[in-house]
Design a protein around this ligand. Structure first.
Ligand SMILES: *Cc1c(COP(=O)(O)O)cnc(C)c1O
Length: 393
């Protein structure tokens, strides 16, 4: 397939297949040749309501015709409403909006450092985890434990000692007078969809309280219903001090947020901000997404569909002698037991199914939260067929 125009002027920062996508509807994406694809990447888990959801298109259209940006120096209605919805449905008291997950995590890091400066005699370190992923700015890359990044863009931002994921003892050993916070992804996404156990989440909450440091949850991928609850940490019944959101929050448009409990909100005017932050257009999108997720029964249905997909993938794994199925809710991964991920991703795309392999031996599934059972079945059937073919295992 050949694009009808050149892509040469785009900086090469990712290996991309030749398809050029022109439209989407629900769980389906269409390329310029008219081929349709069942999309289980969904903008990298951003499109929680699928492609071109009518409620989001309506919200964006109406808001674009009313007010797009009045500057972050002034209040606007959608931002205020969305912040209130987030605080009303979580343990957090205040929200700061921004444009990407990395920016939200930068904000969380800054807030924790400011808090440490004020309340813990200048403590600034944030304990993070091996193989974690927190974004691509310098500080969030430094916070990340992605092995491929260990020598990239040196020197790193200091102050991010790392513990093995799941090892409470190791975390305890890293907390000292310099520590301001512990930060984790409740399900490590890029690392290969590795869920923190409920006990680990609860253990971290207890430990951080005992030691008097903050607990930060990076829910950029796991939040906004992805794991079957509005926020994944709810599964553990804990109340973190700071949470970051991104991806699903805008339903596909750039919107992220930093939420914190009142006692932690120590930013003063001038400490944090940004030109596009909390603009009415993006927060109107977030409001439409949040309202959809809070519709009675919506999240229960996400949990049911997640359990269904898990069960279908487990059947597939048993049939083809593959490894385990991991994750929570609609953030799932299938361990292939061999490094056939990239090949399967390519073959699946040729047949009209979009998947992602965060690690060579893993397939990740992040369909729209409103995906249909028939679409889940279709994806599993297509994969089943691919696994029957030679060379794919
Ligand atoms: C995607 C992601 C980020 C970074 O978000 P961007 O919007 O790409 O900057 C940070 N943390 C986690 C857990 C993510 O999944």
């Amino acid at each position: 397939m050949q694009a009808q125009f050149t892509t040469d002027a785009l900086m090469a920062v990712a290996k991309r297949p030749p398809q050029v996508f022109v439209s989407g509807s629900g769980s389906w994406l269409f390329d310029e040749a008219g081929m349709r694809y069942l999309d289980f990447i969904q903008g990298w888990a951003t499109n929680c309501l699928g492609h071109a959801p009518p409620e989001l298109a309506r919200a964006l259209g109406e808001q674009a015709g009313r007010l797009i940006n009045c500057s972050p120096a002034f209040f606007n209605e959608p931002a205020a409403h969305l912040a209130s919805l987030i605080t009303a449905n979580s343990c957090f008291d205040r929200v700061f909006f921004c444009n990407s997950g990395a920016e939200a995590n930068e904000g969380a890091i800054k807030l924790a450092r400011k808090w440490g400066g004020r309340h813990r005699a200048g403590a600034y370190e944030i304990v993070t985890f091996d193989n974690s992923f927190h974004g691509r700015t310098l500080a969030t890359m430094s916070a990340s434990g992605k092995p491929q990044w260990s020598r990239l863009f040196e020197p790193k931002v200091p102050g991010f000692p790392k513990a093995p994921f799941g090892d409470l003892q190791a975390v305890a050993g890293l907390i000292d007078g310099r520590t301001a916070a512990v930060m984790l992804e409740p399900v490590q996404g890029e690392a290969g969809v590795i869920p923190a156990t409920i006990e680990f989440m609860q253990g971290l909450r207890r430990l951080t309280e005992e030691k008097g440091v903050l607990l930060i949850v990076d829910e950029i991928q796991t939040g906004m219903g992805r794991c079957g609850r509005l926020f994944d940490h709810e599964h553990a019944g804990i109340e973190p001090d700071i949470m970051t959101l991104g991806k699903g929050l805008g339903g596909g448009v750039p919107l992220a947020a930093l939420a914190a409990r009142e006692g932690v909100c120590c930013f003063e005017p001038g400490d944090q901000g940004g030109t596009f932050n909390g603009n009415p257009l993006m927060t109107a999108a977030g409001l439409a997404v949040m309202r959809a997720l809070l519709e009675p029964g919506f999240l229960d249905e996400v949990a049911r569909k997640g359990a269904y997909l898990r069960q279908r993938l487990e059947q597939l794994a048993a049939k083809h002698g593959l490894g385990e199925v991991r994750g929570r809710g609609m953030l799932l991964a299938l361990d292939l037991a061999t490094e056939s991920g990239p090949l399967l991703v390519e073959r699946a795309r040729e047949r009209g199914l979009l998947l992602n392999a965060p690690q060579p031996r893993l397939l990740r599934f992040m369909p729209a939260l409103n995906v249909g059972y028939g679409e889940l079945d279709a994806a599993v059937a297509l994969l089943d067929g691919l696994l029957d073919e030679s060379g794919t295992r």
